[in-house]
Write a protein that binds this ligand. Structure first.
Ligand code: ASP
Length: 582
């Protein structure tokens, strides 16, 4: 027998018992005639003791054990003289009678400790060692627990988990496809799914009216901290539902996860139209843990002779309370912030309402003190408050102000890191115009239904059409998104036309779905959640990589298995692909 107990299990009540444990050597230290070893497995750490006076051979063997050796010991549980209240097994130790080395270990390239000395690259290369660390173990356990609770909730609600294929055909969801050459169909390729979107719709047509799947999706995009080329979705679809049925069902899922995993009770999620989110927060994923909403100032600051404001589509301000005495240096820092290319404003104007009631502004050449006072009054500013103002192209400036708002929220410590404020953002625009290619793209995906009252605008005023689409946003992070779908062939064809598909292209790519719509497609809708992101949010992490067992690095590489890699000429030949001439 390898073990009678795990390394996290024994307590004072076990004192006197004979036990066998197996695990990894975490630490090995000598104190006088005693040798202490911390033995680790995924359940915890148990202290082993070897006594020179009782068994000198055994004690000498123990002193030879290096870090990460795998051993098995047999011995007796004893109450510890020096108790360690920090660990659950801290009241006992094992007086070892037999030691067997199951496998020695090379000296690991970094310490397997909470504060390891290993850099990211090294830890990724030896990910199996990195995964022995507490933090990673906790993260993967959290992930496992969230998957279980997701399944518990959805199973209870009559959803069934159905697997959909990974080798499919390209679906345009806004990213590039990963493709897989087919050996049996030379010159042809499968695509890996960006999501199971069309399959889950086909399942609705097939009558499985509540589907889910915790499923891997693949998108060949440039990577960022919260993106991976393969990532996991909780993918869901329901038939015979309205938008509100979908929102209520999945608000229930979110609340269930909050309570069962974090023991946090959250109140009902507000539902905010996209337009309102953009106007008030400058973002379609607003962090509503703090206020400081955007205030439009066109009516107060335009037509007073200041050309920059006069030419702007939008003049917008936020009020930073208690910042009315900001120094020039502090204001310059904020100006530098808004001028960063990621933020994209050209300058920052301000009105300082100082503690002693003076009004100082970067634009006082153009405005009378009365003009400026009107702005302060309308924004409810008090002495010691600061108004920050941006002006320019409406969409650009809104989002720049959204960034500045978040920055000020951070600087002023207005964001409570342990609070959760979820909301639904609803009524997204159906389409997005792309200046470069001069065509419309589906903001969500081409299967999203317009709001019924907006369908008539589809061909006359496409910009104005709202989608029956929604996102779940928690603390400024988009956790999921979905929509009520089109389930009628004519409307789907019309949608493809608006998106610039020829009849032939639409039929080639999506004929299977449109044909299926002709065989009794029920009204349906659904949602998908970014599982990695959700786990990361619950775990309080910054990067989804820390919550994925074997993630890829910034260049999309797995540095442990060294992939992607070249394949042999024979393999290429077999696939009918000519070797690169590079
Ligand atoms: N398939 C969509 C996505 O991956 C989600 C959905 O509409 O259900 O974003």
């Amino acid at each position: 027998m390898f073990r009678t107990h795990t390394c996290g299990e024994l307590r004072i009540g076990n004192a006197g018992q004979a036990v066998t444990l197996a695990g990894w050597v975490q630490r090995n230290r000598e104190m006088g005639g005693l040798t202490f070893i911390d033995l680790r497995d995924r359940y915890g750490i148990t202290q082993l003791v070897f006594n020179m006076e009782i068994n000198s051979d055994l004690c000498r063997d123990a002193r030879e054990l290096g870090r990460e050796f795998v051993i098995r010991v047999r011995g007796k549980v004893a109450e510890r003289f020096n108790k360690n209240p920090k660990i659950p097994t801290g009241e006992i130790e094992i007086l070892v009678e037999e030691l067997i080395v199951l496998n020695p270990s090379k000296i690991p390239p970094f310490t397997i400790e909470d504060h390891t000395d290993g850099g990211e690259e090294l830890r990724m290369k030896y990910r199996y060692l990195d995964l022995r660390r507490n933090e990673n173990r906790k993260n993967l356990f959290l992930r496992h627990q969230m998957a279980i609770e997701t399944r518990n909730y959805l199973n209870f609600k009559d959803f069934i988990e159905i697997e959909t294929p990974y080798l499919i055909k390209s679906t345009p969801e806004g990213a590039r496809d990963f493709v897989v050459p087919s050996r049996m169909n030379e010159g042809q390729f499968y695509a890996l799914p960006q999501s199971p979107q069309t399959f889950k719709q086909l399942l609705m047509i097939a009558g499985y009216d509540r589907y889910y799947q915790i499923v891997r999706c693949f998108r060949d995009e440039d990577l960022r901290a919260d993106r991976q080329p393969e990532f996991t979705q909780i993918d869901c679809e329901m038939a015979f539902v309205t938008r509100d049925d979908v929102l209520n069902t999945f608000e229930g899922l979110a609340k269930h996860l909050f309570i069962s995993v974090l023991n946090v009770e959250v109140s009902d999620f507000p539902r905010m139209p996209y337009q309102e989110a953009m106007k008030l927060y400058g973002s379609d994923k607003p962090d509503i843990r703090f206020g400081m909403t955007l205030h439009e100032l066109n009516h107060l600051l335009q037509n007073k002779g200041f050309k920059i404001f006069d030419d702007a589509g939008l003049v917008v301000g936020i009020k930073a309370e208690g910042c009315g005495d900001y120094s020039r240096k502090q204001l310059e820092e904020l100006t530098d912030f808004v001028k960063r290319p990621q933020v994209g404003a050209t300058g920052l104007a301000y009105i300082k309402y100082t503690t002693d009631g003076a009004i100082k502004s970067s634009v006082d050449k153009f405005y009378t003190p009365e003009n400026l006072k009107l702005v302060l009054d309308e924004m409810g500013a008090k002495p010691a408050d600061l108004i920050l103002i941006l002006a320019g192209n409406t969409d650009k400036i809104r989002s720049a102000m959204g960034d500045l708002r978040l920055e000020m929220g951070k600087r002023l410590d207005l964001i409570n890191p342990v609070e959760f404020k979820p909301l639904w953002v609803i009524d997204f625009p159906l389409l997005e115009w792309d200046e470069e290619t001069r065509r419309f793209y589906a903001k969500h995906h081409p299967f999203t239904s317009p709001k019924p009252e907006d369908i008539s605008l589809l061909e006359t005023d496409p910009d104005a059409v709202r989608a029956n689409a929604y996102d779940l946003v928690i603390n400024g992070t988009e956790i999921g998104g979905g929509s009520i779908r089109i389930h009628n062939k004519e409307l789907q064809q019309k949608m493809f036309r608006v998106l610039g598909f020829t009849e032939e292209e639409a039929t080639n790519q999506f004929g299977f779905l449109m044909n299926a719509f002709e065989y009794g497609a029920p009204p349906h809708g659904g949602i998908a959640f970014g599982f990695d992101r959700w786990v990361t949010l619950f775990g309080g992490g910054d990067s989804i990589r820390d919550f994925i067992a074997f993630p890829k690095n910034n260049a999309g590489r797995d540095v442990m298995i060294d992939s992607p890699s070249v394949i042999s000429e024979e393999q290429l030949k077999e696939l009918g692909i000519s070797p690169s001439t590079k």
